[in-house]
Design a protein. Structure first.
Length: 364
């Protein structure tokens, strides 16, 4: 048996148990109301409701048992066409009405003890019609109950399907980070080898191995503390520092208390990569990368800024679209926080590029 079958079986068992429990309590309520209404009607007709209560209670218990039998039959055809349900509902109600009428006559004989025992066919007909109406009402009331449960079950399954689809989308977007990052890092290692810096290249390979081991252990559906995310990015910049140590400077401006904010794992990776690739990699001068985090109302804003060369600034202004890395971040944020999260990027000052993420502020 597959795990999915186990889950489905458990769901069906919970569904059946829930229907049974609800049917039990609604049956008690239904027949209690019927008992009150019939007692009032009998009182209006001049029959003492207190004297007739014992017999009516016994008849009510019988009717309740018959109603549960109708429910069992209706539940057995719950997946059939509505016409089948109507036929089964009327047929079982008719049988229950005859049985209830027989029990009513038997109780009359046992309690009243008439002598001789005669059958009043008029009263018997009234009892049969009244019982039929009562049981038909219960049958269709139970059908409505089943439809209510089916609607709730479909909504629950739809919600689960949507969650699974979102989880799959988040995994797909998250797992795009590693190949993208790996491609850029291997290019950096290749550059070091071409420049004859084999020792630095070897250190970079070891750092890359350690970094990948850490990132692959992260669950893409679990958020991490901002402090842990920043530590990962510091590790990545340490890798890139093997090649750009003389031209790269890192500064972090994190507002007090925001180290405990929760963020999607590796959400800053493409932003930091972008700063290294388009900032440090294209500028002959020293480039400062600033990672900042501030609280804006009930939202968290994390930004990565970097210096850019005049040539890089012109290229960025001519191509307003983001690359695959920044687009990946925008898609992840939109999927994770629809309508609330966002990722925007662009040139914010002469020779200054900024990419910022906004999301709801949640503390660990």
């Amino acid at each position: 048996m597959k795990p999915e079958d186990d889950v489905s079986s458990a769901d069906d068992s919970a569904y059946i148990a829930s229907v049974r429990r609800t049917t039990l309590w609604l049956g008690l309520l239904y027949w209690f109301v019927e008992f009150l209404v019939s007692s009032i009607l009998w009182g209006i007709l001049g029959i003492n409701p207190i004297m007739s209560a014992p017999g009516k209670l016994l008849l009510m218990c019988c009717g309740m048992v018959l109603s549960y039998g109708i429910s069992a039959a209706m539940f057995g055809v719950r997946r059939q066409h509505i016409a089948i349900k109507i036929i089964v509902g009327f047929a079982t109600s008719l049988l229950a009405a005859f049985a209830n009428t027989g029990v009513d006559f038997l109780l009359y004989v046992l309690i009243v003890r008439p002598d001789p025992v005669t059958v009043d066919w008029t009263n018997t007909g009234y009892t049969l019609v009244y019982s039929m109406a009562t049981f038909v009402g219960w049958a269709f009331f139970f059908v409505a109950l089943l439809y209510s449960f089916e609607l709730r079950e479909r909504e629950r399954r739809l919600a689960i399907t949507r969650e699974e689809a979102l989880a799959a989308q988040m995994r797909a977007l998250r797992y795009q980070v590693n190949p993208h990052f790996l491609f850029n890092t291997l290019n950096s290692i290749t550059g070091l080898i071409e420049e004859g810096q084999s020792v630095a290249a070897a250190r970079m390979v070891m750092s890359l191995s350690s970094f990948l081991r850490t990132t692959l252990e992260l669950d893409p559906l679990h958020d991490v503390r901002l402090a842990d995310e920043l530590a990962l990015q510091a590790g990545y910049l340490h890798i890139e520092g093997e090649r750009y140590s003389d031209r790269m400077k890192l500064r972090m401006n994190i507002a007090n208390g925001l180290e405990e904010a929760l963020v999607p794992s590796l959400i800053l990776q493409p932003l930091v990569e972008n700063a290294v690739k388009h900032g440090v990699g294209r500028s002959p001068d020293q480039v400062e990368i600033v990672i900042s985090a501030v609280k804006v109302g009930q939202t968290l804003e994390i930004a990565v800024e970097n210096d850019i060369s005049p040539q890089g600034e012109g290229a960025l202004r001519q191509t307003p679209g983001t690359g695959i890395g920044l687009k990946n971040v925008a898609d992840r944020i939109e999927a994770r926080f629809p309508g609330v999260g966002a990722c925007v990027s662009g040139v914010v000052a002469p020779r200054r590029f900024r990419a910022a993420i906004t999301m709801p502020l949640r503390l660990a």
